[in-house]
Write a protein that binds this ligand. Structure first.
Ligand SMILES: C[S@@+](CC[C@H](N)C(=O)[O-])C[C@H]1O[C@@H](n2cnc3c(N)ncnc32)[C@H](O)[C@@H]1O
Length: 230
């Protein structure tokens, strides 16, 4: 576990290559002094991935729309996104919906094929025995067995793209600290056991805790010396 203090654009490329890059950059959406969009890190991150590596980036739809050309210029291709649903959220505008979610979007180099990217498909463990009834037999299946069957274990179920985790309000050491269980999910799905995770905008270092729990190696980088101090 390593936490570097400085600018990720200077320090992180040399620490790779990374099996997974986690990036929770400032979204550049508020007037807060630390919330300034960081330019130029995307091509460096894209080049610092292993051949099976990918990048999960936190943001809002507004921040992704504002930086869409940067992702394209860095030759990063969208793979999928998940929505993190929180129990409470931020009020940016008193005349709009209260935002209780964040987007986390996975990208991989456009030079790679998706099937070559490390991807431990997330399934849920809440499957239950159930009776499955086919309402209508699909016409192309011809004469197949009964339209009702008993599924003993429910079968593996793909995890939902909307994931609910309590945020860390009240206990956080960083104003935008992400919950460890959410980071743990990303790390287990997209980094092989013992692989290397690069956390380019580390903040509190919560992703380091997730990596420790999941048995992945971790290099984080944070520009704020107060936050980076152990
Ligand atoms: C949204 S926060 C990350 C929060 C983090 N994911 C957590 O769970 O605590 C973004 C962080 O990036 C840091 N930062 C901004 N520019 C940076 C840069 N060029 N290199 C490294 N860190 C930077 C900020 O100081 C801030 O702590």
């Amino acid at each position: 576990m390593t936490l570097l203090c400085g600018d990720c654009r200077d320090l992180m490329p040399a620490q790779g290559p990374y099996d997974l890059i986690l990036a929770d950059p400032p979204y550049g959406e508020t007037s807060l002094s630390w919330d300034r969009r960081v330019e130029g890190w995307l091509p460096l991150a894209a080049q610092a991935l292993t051949p099976s590596g990918s990048l999960w980036v936190f943001g809002s739809l507004r921040s992704f729309m504002a930086t869409e050309a940067d992702f394209r210029a860095a030759r990063l291709r969208h793979a999928q996104e998940i929505v993190w649903e929180k129990q409470n959220g931020s009020v940016f505008h008193a005349d709009r919906f209260r935002r209780v979610h964040e987007l986390i979007v996975q990208f991989y180099p456009a030079t790679a094929r998706w099937q070559d990217i490390y991807n431990a498909v997330a399934t849920t463990d809440d499957a239950r025995a159930r009776t499955v009834r086919r309402k209508r037999r699909p016409p192309h299946t011809g004469a197949i067995a009964a339209g009702t069957y008993r599924s003993l274990d429910g079968g593996p179920r793909l995890a939902r793209s909307v994931q609910r985790f309590r945020n860390v309000h009240g206990r956080a050491i960083h104003p935008t600290e992400k919950p460890v269980p959410l980071l743990d999910l990303l790390v287990r799905v997209s980094c092989p056991p013992d692989g290397l995770v690069g956390d380019w905008f580390a903040g509190s270092g919560a992703a380091g805790v997730a990596c420790r729990l999941a048995g992945r190696r971790y290099v984080g980088c944070e520009i704020d010396p107060d936050m980076a101090r152990p």
